[in-house]
Design a protein around this ligand. Structure first.
Ligand SMILES: NC(=O)C1=CN([C@@H]2O[C@H](COP(=O)(O)OP(=O)(O)OC[C@H]3O[C@@H](n4cnc5c(N)ncnc54)[C@H](O)[C@@H]3O)[C@@H](O)[C@H]2O)C=CC1
Ligand SMILES: CCCCCC(=O)/C=C/C=C\C/C=C\C/C=C\CCCC(=O)O
Length: 256
C-alpha cells in the first residue's frame, strides 16, 4: 500500500510512539490527523510538522479517546477536511494501576471506540475506501507484567480484539486489515517514575527495573518502522508483531 494521497488518524499523537508514527507516515507521503488530549504539546508539534511537510498535510484535533462523542466529531472533521480515512493507529494509552478503571477506559475501550467510529467511514460496505488499522498493544499483551495486572489485561484485550476484528473484517468484506504491535520497553515519558504508577504493586518495582535493564529499551523510531511495515504490507492481516531491542518477530498463536 503506497501512502501518497492516503489519510491517517493517529491517537495519542502528541508525544512518544504516537509522534514517531505520525512522523513516519508523513515522511512516507500520507496526510496525518493527530488526536490527543495534550493540546500544548500537539500544537507545538503540528507547527513544526507543517513547516517540514506543508500546512495541508497535518491537522490536530483535541480528542479524548474516552469520549465517543469527541471521536465521532474528530473522524467527521477528518473526512470533511481530507475526503476519507485510510489508516487508523489506535495508540493512546496510559499506565496507572491506581486509576485502573481509567486505564481500561483508555487502553482497551478507547481502541474499541476508535475502531467502531472509524469503521463507519472506512468500511467498504458502507461507502468507505477500506484501509488498515494498527493498534498499539505491548509485550504485556502477550505475557504478564506482574506490577501492572490491569495494564496487562487491557493489552491482552487489544491483542484479542485486533485479531477478532481482522477475522470479522475478512469474512464480511469490509476491506480493512487489522494488525497489532507488541513492543517491549520504549524510551518515552511513559517509563518515567514507574513506581508511582503501580498502585498496590509498587513493592515489586525492582522486578521491572531488572526487566528493563535486561531487555534494554527501544527507540520510538524502531516502533514506528514496524507500524509502517504493517500498514504497507497488504499481506498482513490479524498479525501481532513483537518488537524487542534486538529485533522483531510475528507471534505464532495456537490454531483454533
Ligand atoms: N513506552 C513503553 O515502554 C511502551 C508503550 N506502549 C504503548 O504505547 C502507547 C504509547 O505510549 P508512549 O508513547 O510510550 O506514551 P506517552 O505517554 O509518551 O504518550 C502517550 C500519548 O497519549 C496521549 N493520551 C493519553 N491519554 C489519552 C486519551 N485519553 N485520549 C487521547 N490521547 C491520550 C498522551 O497525551 C500522550 O501524548 C501506549 O498505548 C502504551 O501502552 C507499549 C509498549 C511499551
Ligand atoms: C514501567 C512499565 C512500563 C510498561 C510498558 C510496556 O508496555 C512494556 C512492556 C514490556 C515487556 C514486558 C511485558 C510482559 C512480558 C511477558 C511475557 C512476554 C511473553 C511473550 C511470548 O513469548 O509469548
Amino acid at each position: 500500500m503506497a501512502l501518497s494521497g492516503k489519510t491517517a488518524v493517529v491517537t495519542g499523537a502528541a508525544m512518544g510512539i504516537g509522534q514517531a508514527i505520525t512522523e513516519k507516515l508523513l515522511h512516507n507521503g500520507a496526510k496525518v490527523v493527530l488526536l490527543d488530549v495534550n493540546e500544548s504539546a500537539a500544537k507545538t508539534l503540528v507547527e513544526n510538522l507543517s513547516k517540514q511537510y506543508g500546512q495541508d498535510r497535518t491537522l490536530f484535533l483535541s480528542c479524548n479517546v474516552e469520549s465517543e462523542e469527541q471521536l465521532k466529531a474528530a473522524f467527521e472533521k477528518t473526512v470533511d477536511t481530507f475526503g476519507g480515512i485510510d489508516i487508523l493507529c489506535n495508540n493512546a494509552g496510559i499506565l496507572n494501576e491506581n486509576e485502573w478503571e481509567k486505564s481500561v477506559s483508555i487502553n482497551l475501550l478507547g481502541v474499541i471506540r476508535g475502531t467502531y467510529v472509524a469503521l463507519q467511514h472506512m468500511n467498504k460496505l458502507s461507502g468507505g475506501r477500506g484501509g488498515v488499522v494498527v493498534n498499539t498493544a505491548s509485550m504485556a499483551g502477550l505475557g504478564p507484567l506482574i506490577t501492572c495486572p490491569v495494564y496487562t489485561a487491557t493489552k491482552h484485550g487489544v491483542v484479542g480484539f485486533t485479531r477478532a476484528m481482522a477475522g470479522a473484517s475478512a469474512a464480511s468484506g469490509y476491506g480493512i486489515r487489522f494488525n497489532v504491535i507488541c513492543p517491549s520497553f520504549v524510551q518515552t515519558e511513559f517509563l518515567s517514575d514507574p513506581n508511582s504508577k503501580m498502585g498496590q504493586f509498587s513493592h515489586l518495582a525492582d522486578v521491572i527495573e531488572q526487566m528493563i535493564s535486561k531487555a534494554g529499551t527501544l527507540n520510538v523510531s524502531d516502533v514506528a518502522e514496524s507500524v509502517l511495515e504493517m500498514v504497507t504490507d497488504e499481506t498482513k492481516n490479524g498479525e501481532a508483531l513483537m518488537i524487542f531491542s534486538k529485533g522483531k518477530h510475528y507471534v505464532t498463536f495456537p490454531s483454533m
